[in-house]
Design a protein around this ligand. Sequence first.
Ligand SMILES: [Zn+2]
Length: 59
Amino acid sequence: MPYSFKCKDVGMKCGFEVKNASSEQELMEMIKTHAKNAHNIQEITKDLEDKVRKAIKAK
Ligand SMILES: [Zn+2]
């Protein structure tokens, strides 16, 4: 089941998106790396993680 995520769905002005991640865990890791590198977010807070999880689409 592929998972996808768009950074703009959490309110960022950012074109980052991931398509076809094989698991939610893998996707979260990619998002954490992106958040650190692109948005200087060193740690995903619980609030942000909830936001991210709601923006993740599984299809
Ligand atoms: Zn982004």
